[in-house]
Design a protein around this ligand. Structure first.
Ligand SMILES: Cc1ncc(C[n+]2csc(CCOP(=O)(O)OP(=O)(O)O)c2C)c(N)n1
Ligand code: SF4
Ligand SMILES: [Mg+2]
Length: 349
């Protein structure tokens, strides 16, 4: 084709007038084909489409190939790569410093299900508002492919032999710990993943998304639970999902009437769920437990929005935390005055 006659398409822009370029990260140094890269792509697309200012988003992670990936999306956002399994701790601190920021926490199956399991459970109990994304490949990728706590029972890896421990299901762990938003997705299902990330970022509480994210270097044999092949063959979406942010009018072209369930969030955003095979109500906790029990037993990935509950107070309520960011509150408002301290001391004397 004669290049001189081709027209460069105008870059699309969002409500803020920013282009997808503004949401990109640095070039990835992960292995080509790694599932984690696909998740990064959907995170940047979701934040772009929501029209959030990158500077109002913070990325926090632990340790692992997955935890390196925040470097590869949202370059304009602040990021912190913390200690192994301690992403939730850092998130809790950050959220108290400024509750107006959106927090994306990135973790791996090793980071959350092994060393960080206690922290995973406790941030869920506290209902800290954040999108908690687990890039689950069933191995410790960064340290060259040891079994993790989500590796399948009987999985055989080159340097590891056979795994004789049963896997943990992180959606189940989240659900029984009181998570107010639980979803599962697959790195190969870009459309579903993007909509779930949008909903997770807007949900007012902890949003856990367990994303099956194949490690092409250490755990991608066809018969491995977290491989691309297994995921493609065993993903069973429970619904088709679209997210309409606040007053956004969703494109419902392929959503015929009578097949759609709507879940409205406190800010009037709506999650639209189109029934696929079964009637499934993601606000029903027992149904979610049944679904996860059944899919674990029969080894398929029930993906989509598994559970949501908008009625649980977030961590801010019990602490009476005001809207004003603590990190920008002047000392005279943060500290009691000398007179007040003297009164308190006197009352204790
Ligand atoms: C306290 C501590 N223990 C062990 C390690 C070694 N280590 C680094 S990454 C990692 C596992 C990462 O696995 P996962 O979270 O699944 O991430 P992936 O690389 O698979 O994306 C381990 C054990 C460490 N960095 N710190
Ligand atoms: S080792 Fe595995 S998890 Fe790590 S970058 Fe490579 S493919 Fe991804
Ligand atoms: Mg891993």
């Amino acid at each position: 084709m004669d290049k001189s006659t081709t027209v460069t398409p105008k870059a699309e822009s969002n409500l803020l007038g920013l282009s997808p370029e503004d949401y990109k990260g640095r070039p990835s140094t992960l292995c080509p084909g790694c599932g984690h890269n696909m998740i990064s792509n959907q995170i940047q697309a979701a934040v772009f489409e929501l029209g959030l200012l990158p500077e109002k988003v913070v990325k926090i992670s632990g340790i692992g190939c997955s935890s390196k990936s925040p470097n590869y999306f949202l370059q304009r956002s602040f990021g912190f790569n913390g200690l192994h399994g301690r992403m939730p701790t850092l998130v809790t601190g950050a959220t108290f410093a400024d509750r107006s920021i959106k927090i994306i926490g990135i973790s791996g199956d090793g980071d959350s299900a092994s060393i960080g399991m206690g922290h995973f459970k406790h941030i869920i109990r506290r209902n800290v508002p954040m999108a908690y994304i687990i890039e689950n490949n069933g191995v410790y990728g960064l340290t060259k492919g040891q079994f993790s706590a989500t590796s399948d029972y009987g999985l055989e890896l080159k340097h590891q032999g056979k795994n004789w421990l049963p896997p943990l299901d992180l959606c189940m762990e989240a659900l029984i710990s009181g998570a107010t938003f639980v979803a599962r997705s697959f790195a190969g299902d870009a459309k579903q993943l993007k909509e779930l990330i949008k909903a997770a970022l807007i949900h007012n509480g902890i949003s856990v998304i367990d994303v099956i994210s194949p490690c092409v270097t250490f755990n991608n044999k066809d018969e491995a639970l977290q491989s691309y092949n297994w995921g493609r063959q065993h993903e069973d979406p429970i619904q088709e999902i679209k997210f309409a942010y606040r007053n956004e009018v969703p494109n419902l072209e392929d959503f015929e009437e009578g097949t759609v369930k709507e879940v409205t969030l406190p800010d009037d955003s709506v999650i639209l769920l189109k029934k696929i095979k079964r009637d499934y109500d993601p606000t029903d906790h027992s149904a979610a437990l049944d679904l996860l029990t059944e899919s674990y037993k029969n080894k398929y990935f029930a993906t989509g929005l598994i559970y949501i509950n908008n009625d649980t107070p977030t961590v801010f309520e019990p602490y009476n935390l005001g809207e004003a960011p603590l990190n920008r509150t002047p000392n005279d408002l943060l500290r009691p005055s000398r007179e007040v301290l003297e009164q308190i001391n006197a009352s204790l004397g």
